[in-house]
Design a protein around this ligand. Structure first.
Ligand code: UDP
Length: 485
């Protein structure tokens, strides 16, 4: 009998030798339960939040934990889902079932409705799953939606917050929440435990440009309003990447670093079918990009993307365009459809020998293509983690939100990139774009960055591989779930 149970355990969990006795015990308990543990994953409805949370769910599956992704009705309508996606998807309403955020009159109105209508409809979803014989064990909710913890607690479920921004950024917001950094900032530098001294401009835009987006400011600061009631705090980062700040935050909360959440094929390759983010809100021009890249020499292409949300000023787009042209490098530039009108007239035609502009691309496939030499990025955390994990040096051009802080870390802490400096109007001029690209593609600093990028690539893989810090944190999280009644 004992032997049978052990075989089953190994099948179920692919247990590492480092797995704790607690986890083994809890698995034994699970054997007696009528239902498998079931985690409801609730990301904020945006690409950069869905990707890491869905990937986390995929890491739980081979360890015997079923997950369901809950998203808003309008986001679901916009989703293109790969047939290979292995995670169930359910919806709840944010009050704007047709257009989501774009249907709301302001961000404040959207956030208010997401909370008010979302609390009710997420409750209904949890009840429905229960009635359908799939009772939820734990709710893993996005830090942007702390009200989901209240919903989880109403049902007596485990509530686990998942932060899709870095530990460093969240430590800054936490200090603001605690009133330890009075705003607006009056000093030119900011000192926070676990972080290097930051110039004011290296703090998130909602902090140094206080009042710029009140809705987002409240969202990021209120992430901590009920965090002491959360059963667990998860971050999409890895221990060695943010060691000092992780150690500091771990004194505040029970936390685990479980990233980077790139599909397994790009890191540890343990999950054979995990090759893609599976869900996209934009249609990637895969064939056009890959065919174009295929005949470019090794390390010759600059890849440029500002992610899914940033809206650069028209003048910035124009400066970037001419900077790319004068760098004389090949470039693949993602300009979302809604941003396309900002490109200089005839730019695409004039640069067609050297460049390709697309509305969306399969970023991971692009970054792993051997023709890519550097990544001009807005420094969204996913993009930064992807570049670090794939060993690609960066030109950082942060636009807003957490990006200035991520750019600081890319340049001074992880040392895998250069920050393109802006003028007094906040615009990175074409000459600067050209200098930065040349520095990374051809200069001495670029060589150093590439060396560092390789080191991070290995550390990222180690973290998620069997027995690595992120793998262990996931096992610990599972142990907690399995202990639920
Ligand atoms: N991405 C993509 N194709 C693109 C641009 C971005 O697949 O053309 C993905 C990218 O790989 C990343 C996500 O979209 O996983 C963007 O997240 P990030 O945190 O970098 O930026 P955000 O969109 O949240 O500003």
């Amino acid at each position: 009998m004992k032997k049978r149970v052990h075989f089953k355990l190994l099948d179920l969990l692919h247990l590492s030798s480092s797995v704790s006795a607690n986890l083994l015990l809890s698995v034994l308990k699970m054997e007696e339960k009528p239902h498998k543990p079931h985690v409801l994953i609730v990301p904020y409805p945006a690409q950069g939040h869905i990707n890491p949370m869905l990937q986390f769910a995929k890491r739980l599956l081979p360890k015997g934990i079923k997950s369901t992704l809950a998203t808003t009705v309008s986001t679901f309508k916009a989703m293109q889902i790969n047939p290979t996606n292995s995670i169930a998807i359910e919806t709840f309403s944010d009050g704007f079932d047709e257009g989501g955020y774009s249907q709301a009159e302001s961000l404040d109105a959207y956030v208010e409705s997401l909370k008010r209508v979302g609390s009710e409809t997420l409750s209904k979803l949890i009840k429905k799953l229960d009635e359908n014989g799939q009772p939820v064990t734990a709710v893993v909710y996005d830090g942007f939606m702390p009200w989901a913890l209240d919903v989880a607690k109403e049902f007596g479920l485990l509530g686990v917050v998942f932060f899709t921004q870095s530990c460093a950024v969240n430590n800054i917001y936490y200090h603001v929440y605690k009133g330890l950094i009075p705003l607006p900032l009056t000093e030119t530098t900011v000192s926070i435990p676990g972080l290097p001294v930051l110039q004011a401009s290296e703090t998130p835009s909602f902090i140094h440009d206080f009042g710029s987006y009140p809705g987002y400011y409240h969202t990021v600061v209120n992430q901590f309003s009920n965090i002491d009631e959360a059963d667990w705090v998860l971050f999409n980062t890895f221990y060695k990447l943010e060691e000092t700040v992780v150690d500091w935050l771990a004194k505040q909360w029970k936390l685990g670093t479980i990233g980077p959440t790139l599909p397994s094929v790009y890191l540890d390759k343990r999950l054979e079918d995990d090759k893609d983010y599976e869900i996209t809100l934009f249609k990637p021009k895969t064939d056009a990009c890959m065919t174009w890249l295929n005949d470019k020499p090794k390390n010759s292409v600059v890849y440029v993307s500002f992610g899914s949300m940033a809206e650069a000023e028209e003048q910035q787009v124009e400066e970037l365009a001419w900077g790319l042209k004068s760098s004389n490098c090949f470039f693949l530039w993602v300009v979302r459809e809604t941003e396309d009108r900002k490109l200089p007239k005839k730019f695409k035609e004039e640069t067609s020998e050297k460049g390709l502009v697309v509305s969306w691309c399969p970023q991971l496939e692009v970054l792993t293509h051997e023709s890519i030499g550097c990544f001009v990025t807005h420094c969204g955390l996913n993009s930064v983690l992807e570049a670090l994990s794939l060993g690609i040096p960066m030109v950082a051009m942060p636009q807003w939100t957490d990006q200035p802080t991520n750019a600081k870390f890319v340049k001074d802490v992880w040392r895998t990139g250069i920050r393109a400096w802006s003028d007094e109007r906040g615009i990175v001029r074409r000459e600067v774009v050209e200098i930065c690209i040349k520095e990374v593609m051809e200069g001495e600093k670029g060589k150093e960055m590439k060396k560092n990028a390789k080191i991070w690539k290995n550390l990222a893989r180690e973290a998620v591989d069997e027995g690595g810090s992120s793998d262990k944190a996931i096992d610990e999280f599972i142990g907690k779930i399995l202990l639920c009644p």
